[in-house]
Design a protein around this ligand. Sequence first.
Ligand code: PLP
Length: 379
Amino acid sequence: MHDIQTPYYLCDETLLEKNLKILQDVQNRSGAKIIVALKGFAMFSTFPLVARYLDGCCASGLHEARLAKEEFAKYNSEAEVHTYSPAFKESEIQEIAKLSNHIVFNSPNQLDRFLLKTKEINPKIQVSLRINPEVSSSPKDIYNPCGLYSRLGTPLKNIDESTLNSLDGLNFHALCEQNVDALEEVLVAFEKGFGKYFQNLKYINFGGGHHITKKDYDIERLVCIIKEFCLKYQIDVYLEPGEAVGWESGYLVSTVLDVFENGMHIAILDSSAEAHMPDTLAMPYRAEVRGAGVANEKKYTYRLGGNTCLAGDIMGDYSFDEPLKVGDEIIFEDQIHYTFVKNTTFNGIKLPSLVLKKLDGTIEVVKEFGYEEYKSRLS
Ligand SMILES: *Cc1c(COP(=O)(O)O)cnc(C)c1O
């Protein structure tokens, strides 16, 4: 692998398939349909595999809906495209209606404005409203869709019954990297507020944020809750995880470009926290480095920094058994979800290549980037 130019993300299909099998098991045993949220994971070279296991895609607007149609539906003729946007635009609604099997409006205003047009273009489209259950234990405000003054979803007080007549389903999305206890909490509030409206509906979409493929996730409890819910209301359930699909399915490889001292040892890498691992700064969280410990745990501690001119482009302080030297590879674990879907070419820094390790063990560089990606977004 040393002849692949760093930086690159490597997605390992064997690890991805392990996640997909867990999700398939949840589908089989609970009866829920699971679709992948492209916002978190959109490496479409893996879609021949993903489409064997999951029922479709959750898209956040025109471009994701188009990717779902172009790159996912061709591998799964029954794939469903569910498109939600905080607000749809007049100029895009026709194309979105054509591409989508389900459309999810964020507010009664949007529903009123686009319902007829949507149905005219796609008479079979299923229509849903995203509601805000106003309960969430999401760990961080930036990732809490039910926080104070949230713009995401309609709270109960803004719903009138006539709105509900035109709906096939309801959506909520209230979780972030959470276990089933958080879902249960949201469901109590959701059923209490909105349960009276379920009788004419075909489905409820429980959104994403379910950390189903994480080791300590209580899958048995999830299966049980979904089965009870479907039975109680005679209704279908969807889940739309992003993170749980790509969770621990690969890593980001970078190379040490320079090492020096300024009060502590510093290593500069050919990747960037700001441009290539944005959630490590936004969430924030510390990415694990293969073979490294926390500062001072091992003999040699370094501050790892990116190759942009942003002072805060720092991955963190890590310790190693041996001194770092120019040319060493640094591997950041679990860098497949919410990384390359968010990358930027800030500072003209090269985007990491996308590498696929296939089920049969072969390794393929599926995409390389260069100057063109930087220039094409400027003028
Ligand atoms: C982000 C998002 C998801 C996926 O969330 P994960 O935390 O990646 O599972 C699903 N649905 C909606 C509406 C979202 O905004």
